[in-house]
Design a protein around this ligand. Structure first.
Ligand SMILES: Nc1nc2c(c(=O)[nH]1)N[C@H]1C(S)=C(S)[C@@H](COP(=O)(O)OP(=O)(O)OC[C@H]3O[C@@H](n4cnc5c(N)ncnc54)[C@H](O)[C@@H]3O)O[C@H]1N2
Ligand code: MOO
Length: 397
């Protein structure tokens, strides 16, 4: 057991590798969703860029209202109007939401709260204050203010905010190029009838879909039989084509598991192999120059668990995220769990309102529990009964 590294050690090794991110490129803001900023963005203008009305109503001077109690509505100011009158004493302007406040006015009263007859505005309530319903220039931010820091994940709300400054393009880290190779003689493609002893191949489409969720289209998706030379040739040829090569199957200790020796022969440097965890014990991570390899265990639930726990954070790291393993939360366990060994367990769970249920069918060859899970529950530490109500770490998926 001791030759296996711990989950935390493997996380440290992966985190060290993301010091160097993917190359930076400039893209249109409209194409930037889910990318990470490679450079900070500063405000090119004040926002609001001019002082304007927050409501439909009337603009005038507070002092005039106090002094006169009745004002003449002399002007109409629409949103988008760029030429404005100047209000003299005793004058008010009809104004609309978003329209510029004219010189001579320092407040707006909503139309529901005043009376206007024959262009004479009179006041019904006493509680009007100077500055009411006015959105001051630069009150969101001033020119030169930091809007979004480097490494910020671009969300629809970030795009919306930056668009409000007229920003058209941003610098982001590119996504890594990824290829998938699945190994195994038993694997049959959907559409072909199975013979006894064969199974339908499912890891490639699972990983492809998980990558699609990260906006990554795979470069290739290949199936290799359990053949020593073919496995080596395919690995050797494909590594230079991608930033990350994902392999599944053939990484354990069986006589026909050729992935590890092929990676060695292809001069990939092992960063770790085998983790004290369940599922996913035989996970491999390596590097050849700047090309990375994850060899995931073949069992479908192990492959996907390892993807979520290690590959997903690593990709996010290369795309620009810094604290790649910080995305867990705590939840209360709704069932007892008998932890029978020291391995860190990653269990399919269903999380709701801070409470998590462990689903049945946790074995690594079964995918049915994964299909209803919305999180992975991490339970580490000594063998013991984990009781209902105890707090555990959960990772949303
Ligand atoms: N003597 C030992 N045997 C095994 C150990 C061990 O420590 N000592 N570890 C077990 C664990 S844990 C795992 S996980 C598996 C991992 O083995 P491999 O990565 O070599 O995977 P395979 O043997 O090729 O396949 C395992 C299993 O998964 C099915 N599979 C493989 N690829 C696919 C695919 N693309 N789509 C669907 N299903 C796939 C395959 O048919 C096997 O049933 O090793 C244990 N053995
Ligand atoms: O690592 Mo294996 O996934 O426990 O079956």
């Amino acid at each position: 057991m001791n030759e296996f590294i711990t989950v935390n050690e493997s996380r440290t090794i992966i985190s060290k590798e993301i010091n160097k991110k993917c190359p930076i490129h400039e893209i249109y803001l409209s194409d930037s969703l889910h990318s990470y900023l490679a450079k900070p963005v500063y405000a090119p203008i004040d926002v609001p860029n001019f002082t304007n009305s927050a409501m439909d109503g009337y603009a005038f001077s507070y002092q005039d209202m106090v002094d006169k109690n009745e004002l003449t509505v002399k002007y109409v100011i629409q949103a988008g109007q760029t030429e404005l009158p100047t209000l003299n004493r005793g004058e008010a302007a009809r104004i609309f939401t978003g329209a510029m406040i004219p010189t001579g006015a320092d407040m707006v009263v909503v139309q529901e709260k005043v009376k206007v007859e024959k262009n004479i505005l009179s006041f019904q309530e006493e509680k009007y204050n100077k500055g009411d319903n006015i959105r001051q220039q630069g009150s969101q931010s001033k020119i030169g203010d930091l809007l979004a820091a480097e490494n910020t994940l671009i969300t629809p709300s970030i795009i919306g905010m930056l668009a409000g400054y007229g920003i058209e393009k941003v610098n982001v880290f590119s996504s890594p190029k990824i290829g998938i190779i699945v190994t195994g003689n038993e694997l049959v493609t959907a559409g072909i009838p199975l013979k006894k002893g064969q199974i339908y191949e499912s890891n490639s489409i699972t990983l492809q879909s998980a990558l699609k969720e990260m906006d990554i289209q795979v470069e290739f998706m290949l199936k290799v039989s359990d053949d020593k030379e073919k496995t080596f040739q395919e690995i050797q040829t494909r590594i230079p084509e991608v930033d990350i090569l994902l392999l599944t199957g053939g990484i354990s200790v069986g006589d026909y598991d050729y992935v590890k020796e092929s990676l060695e022969k292809a001069e990939v440097n092992q960063l770790f192999y085998k983790i004290q965890q369940k599922p996913g014990k035989p996970l491999y991570f390596g590097k050849k120059k700047q090309h990375y390899v994850f060899a995931l265990p073949g069992n479908p639930a192990s492959a996907l668990t390892c993807f979520y726990q290690y590959v997903h954070p690593f990709i996010r790291g290369l795309k620009g995220e810094n604290n790649i393993f910080d995305f867990y939360e705590e939840a209360r366990l709704l069932t007892n769990f008998n932890k029978k060994n020291k391995l860190t367990h990653f269990l399919k769970g269903y999380l709701k309102n801070g409470e998590v249920i462990l689903l049945s069918s946790q074995e690594s060859y079964k995918m049915n529990s994964f299909s209803t899970a919305n999180c992975i529950v991490e339970i580490s530490g000594e063998e013991r009964m984990i009781h209902q109500g105890e707090k555990v770490t959960v990772w949303r998926i």
